[in-house]
Design a protein around this ligand. Structure first.
Ligand code: ATP
Ligand code: MG
Ligand code: MG
Ligand code: MG
Length: 471
């Protein structure tokens, strides 16, 4: 079996042999990029190289990049536990050309790597291209010998990749693996493409433009290549699994969670163990990169992920803090590839433990309150906004935590009511500040917030420090 660690190595070696510099993953908190919440793709650390603002001593690079997609333009937090293919933290394998090779080589490299080195059967693969990109379709026909029905033309933004609202971007071509008719889901471009039968494994982006503003797209100085393949998705395919959570790496974390709680890894608790395994990775890696739980910005996203994991730990019966006990299993799996985990071991363990200890009490009480309230509701009736707000304000339940609890029951939250309750509390706070006669920082920050507007909801006592983080 090719383990996840083998698969990462093969990727880096293959491209190193083709003249690519092996570059370390950049941190999850993007340097010098206030527009982005977390590093969400391999190209992020090369953004300025694509635009020409920065040069490097190499024209080809290969990386295995730590990515977090929880918040911002690419947000998969709500997919975890629900799809077979999404994590909040994952590794993106990517090769890059900075004005060096373009589509022909990018497609040939990708095809050779997956069919020859990794040995994937060609007849299970299909690709997409952007409708405007006949070049790419012709190259696929030539290089891979794919018939026309397996080169699917997509007119939408699914085949136009963007990092965020600004930055380098371009049409892309994606490689899909068909897991067969026993799994629900249609081919890319079809109405039920979000099923898990046809899984997108690799995205080849033909970087040609830079997005400067909403309607301002300019050509890049030199066409370039940016690709991204999810290590876990590739591992699933190579290990004969349909589900990312069944690969060796994720499975070992799931087993650690099952063992620590003396529960079965499968059956009724399977989803909880998956969520815990996923959130263990994102929280530990974020802490290792310097993010700490807080009530604002990145720290609040971290806190939200932690609290979702804790709710699942509670569901499987853990009565003592659980997450920190799983850190050794994570380091055993990933510590060699990412030595920062080991360096931050004590900080990760302590942070997880403290946060879980503090939230435990209110979690239990909040869940009871929620259960009570739900008992009074009719089928499918949403939870009242002021109850969700009370859970938020008094019990420390981020709105998405409450929503996640209710989702299993096919129930939502009256979000407008939630927002109204929050605005009301904010108004009162503002009044009492004004009444106190002090010109406090708090008042100032309400004003700043009103000017800038909140771009995303991060929590009541928090939005200002958030400032302009939009993607
Ligand atoms: P999907 O449509 O499945 O959500 P995507 O189009 O959002 O994926 P890209 O932005 O194209 O993904 O990222 C490149 C590759 O990274 C994907 O082809 C996939 O292999 C991997 N990937 C993306 N999001 C995730 C995730 N949340 N968890 C694991 N792998 C991911
Ligand atoms: Mg996605
Ligand atoms: Mg996609
Ligand atoms: Mg994609």
């Amino acid at each position: 079996m090719q383990t996840a660690n083998d698969i990462r190595r093969t990727f880096l070696d293959f491209f190193a042999k083709q003249g690519h510099q092996i570059v370390d993953s950049s941190p999850l908190v993007p340097r010098n990029d206030p527009t982005l919440m977390f590093t969400n793709a391999g190209m992020v650390q090369f953004k300025n190289v694509f635009t020409g603002a920065e040069t490097r001593p190499y024209k080809r690079a290969v990386t295995s990049q730590k990515c977090v997609r929880a918040g911002g333009k690419h947000n998969d937090l709500d997919n975890v536990g629900y799809t077979a293919r999404h994590h909040t933290f994952f590794e993106m394998l990517g090769n890059f050309s900075f004005g060096d090779y373009f589509k022909d080589d990018a497609i040939a490299f990708a095809w050779n790597l997956i069919t020859k080195e990794y040995g994937l059967p060609a007849d299970k693969l299909l690709v997409t291209v952007h409708t405007s990109d006949e070049d790419a379709a012709a190259i696929w026909r030539k290089v891979a010998g794919l018939s026309d029905d397996r080169i699917i033309r997509i007119p939408t933004d699914d085949n136009f990749w963007r990092m965020g609202d600004t930055g380098p971007c371009g049409p892309c071509s994606e490689i899909f693996y068909d897991h067969g008719p026993s799994i629900a889901g249609g081919p890319p471009g079809s109405a039920d493409q979000d099923g898990d039968r046809f899984i997108e494994i690799w995205n080849l982006v033909f970087m040609q433009y830079e997005q400067l503003g909403p309607d301002n797209l300019v050509p890049l100085p030199k066409p370039s290549i940016d690709t991204g393949m999810g290590l876990e998705r590739l591992a699933a395919v190579l290990q004969g699994k349909h589900d990312n959570y069944d690969i060796d790496l994720m499975r070992s974390l799931i087993l650690a969670s099952a063992e620590a709680t003396k529960t079965s890894p499968d059956g009724a608790h399977a989803v909880s163990h998956r969520v815990i395994a996923d959130h263990l990775r994102s929280t530990s890696f974020l802490i290792a990169d310097g993010v700490l739980p807080s009530n604002e910005g990145r720290g609040y996203v971290l806190r939200r992920i932690m609290r979702r994991a804790m709710r699942h730990a509670h569901m499987i019966g853990a009565r003592e803090p659980l997450m920190h006990r799983l850190v050794p299993a994570l380091i055993q799996q990933m510590g060699d590839a990412y030595p920062e985990l080991n360096r931050a071991r004590a900080l990760i363990v302590e942070t997880l433990k403290l946060e879980e200890t503090r939230f435990k009490q209110t979690l239990e009480r909040g869940l009871r309150l929620l259960e009570d309230e739900v008992g009074h509701l009719g089928e499918g009736q949403p939870l009242a906004g002021d109850v969700a707000f009370k859970l938020y304000d008094t019990y420390g339940f981020p709105l998405d935590l409450t929503q996640d609890v209710l989702r299993g029951q096919g129930r939502g939250v009256d979000e407008a009511g939630f927002k109204a309750a929050m605005d009301e509390q904010r108004r009162k706070a503002r009044e009492s500040w004004a009444g106190s006669g002090e010109v406090g920082t708090e008042k100032l920050w309400y004003e700043i917030k009103d000017e800038l507007g909140a771009t995303e909801f991060f929590g009541y006592d928090t939005e200002v420090a958030e400032g302009k983080v939009t993607a």
